[in-house]
Design a protein around this ligand. Structure first.
Ligand code: PBG
Length: 323
């Protein structure tokens, strides 16, 4: 006699649907977009098939087509050319620079869209680091001042959420103070709380041509070996006023997502990064696995592990499947 037969709840697709514990929705997603200067520009990121960099005019079309599919939140990453970069990432807060104008234009055209921006020096820095480099060292407190100007400029352009991805100490509190002092009390902070020094950012650095010129990011990004250290970062970020805590990358760090979800009462975000996208695309191209199923399973696992919000290059593809 067997009273309990778990297979009974798997016997038909209707019953499986009833007992499904996790469901993905297009509302869960933030879609990262790569922005170019100029006009009528659209170039594919080689290591990310299906992902393009767009100039502002074409990005407006991309945003519109995503919103028709129910994707309403975007994270904008600009690509600057080498000659526009300097040691102090000056372009990041130059009011005339193309990325701030693009944000303004997108918010003007689609006021209901939620626009997130990245706060870190790397795309604008001739050193390719997230912070200010001096004598081979990344200076923490001097970097904060630059990040503060960047965040205020982004808020002024209309950003709804700023995403400090730099991993400097004390940045969430400093940025909260700067935003509030300038009247931007409504602008949210989604902190890259547990951002690991990961090999999975490779394709992103190709997309923006933003790889560090010397050394690596290990003195500020976290060691992949560490789980509980994420709680130190999360304690600080929540004390300093973060509205969301983010874990990045996602798939190799599902335990970190779960740990933060179980211990903090702010929404948890997970960044399904460029390399995680490229791995699935590359093996699907070779016919080594079913790309669509692998995508859905990965996204589902990120949500199941506790993420309320998922930043993913798959966002649009996922939304298309729901139609
Ligand atoms: C910049 C930044 C990075 C990513 C998001 N913001 C790269 C890095 O830290 O080197 C990675 C995103 C991805 O790989 O999709 N600070």
């Amino acid at each position: 006699m067997m009273y309990r037969r778990p297979r009974r709840n798997r016997k038909s697709s209707v019953i499986r649907g009833m007992v499904e514990e996790t469901r993905l929705s297009t509302k869960d997603f933030i879609f990262p977009l790569f922005l170019l200067g100029g006009k009528n520009q659209k170039t594919e990121v080689k290591s990310m098939p299906g992902i393009f960099r767009f100039s502002t005019d074409l990005m407006l079309k991309e945003v519109e087509s995503c919103m028709e599919l129910g994707i309403n939140a975007f994270d904008i990453f600009p690509a600057y050319t080498e000659d526009q970069k300097d040691k102090y990432a000056t372009e990041s807060h130059n009011p005339e620079t193309f990325y701030l104008k693009a944000i303004q234009k997108i918010k003007e055209t689609f006021p209901e869209a939620c626009i997130m921006t990245d706060v870190a020096m790397d795309p604008y820095s001739s050193d390719g680091h997230d912070g200010l480099v001096k004598d081979g060292k990344i200076l923490n407190d001097e970097t904060l001042e630059i990040l503060g100007k960047m965040a205020v400029a982004q808020a002024q352009a209309g950003a709804d959420i700023i995403g400090p991805s730099d991993m400097m100490d004390g940045r969430v509190g400093y940025l909260r103070e700067q935003l509030d002092d300038h009247g931007y009390t409504d602008v949210s902070i989604m902190s890259y709380t547990a951002k690991y020094a990961s090999a999975f950012y490779g394709p992103f650095r190709e997309a923006l041509d933003s790889a560090p010129k010397m050394g690596d990011k290990k003195t500020y990004q976290m060691d992949p070996a560490n789980l509980y250290e994420a709680m130190i970062e999360a304690d600080l970020d929540t004390e300093e006023g973060a509205d969301f805590l983010m874990v990045k990358p996602a798939l190799a760090y599902l335990d970190v997502i779960r740990l933060l979800k179980d211990n903090y009462n702010v929404p948890i975000a997970a960044y399904n990064v460029s390399g995680e996208y490229s791995m699935i695309k590359a093996s699907a191209e070779r016919g080594w696995l079913d790309g669509e199923r692998a995508m859905l399973e990965s996204l589902l696992s990120i949500k199941r592990s506790g993420a309320n919000v998922i930043l993913s290059y798959f966002a649009k593809e996922f939304a298309l499947l729901q139609k």
